[in-house]
Design a protein around this ligand. Sequence first.
Ligand code: GDP
Length: 192
Amino acid sequence: LKYETARFESSYGTIEQLPEPTTPEVSFVGRSNVGKSSLLNKLIGRKSLAKVSSQPGKTANINFFDVDGVRFVDLPGYGFAKVSRAEKQRWADLIGGYFDSERSFNLVVSLVDIRHDAQQLDRDMLGFLVESELPFVVALTKADKLSRSKQNQQRASLARQFGLDPQQMLVTSSETGQGIAELRSLIEDACL
Ligand code: GDP
């Protein structure tokens, strides 16, 4: 994929008018503040195409990017505590509505912070992906915050906690670029 051609396509606050599912699609999900925007920017090779938010939880939109004919879908970060029940419901509707719609789900990249033990919302998300038989990979984020040996330990431990094969989990860092090449090739294998 020619990542340098990446461009912002559109943004939606409701699922009524999502762009036609005419291209391969790679979607990115995870808790608010997990490092999703940073990972997207790193993948795309831009400083700030996807916004890195100083106010976590502010971006309750689905954002679409075109990357050389593949659509990257940035789903709203879930689990931000300090919002109203109505706003939480809106996020749930957006994420649920997206996955309920008729689209080409080539790969879902599910982001989980490598430093924390499995949290319920992540269990729910991964359980849903397994149940729906969607192709997915778990990107463990912020790996630069742990030593290499800790990274491996935590990967094995999180795989056990989520009931997944460690092979489904990729250790990544947007700071150091660790895991980015592997993630790109998984994306390309899923789309081309
Ligand atoms: P989002 O809410 O999931 O889009 O998360 P952001 O990309 O906005 O990142 C949230 C915070 O984590 C920011 O302060 C980032 O600088 C930081 N962050 C994101 N990725 C990494 C990473 O790989 N390593 C480190 N050390 N910090 C990161």
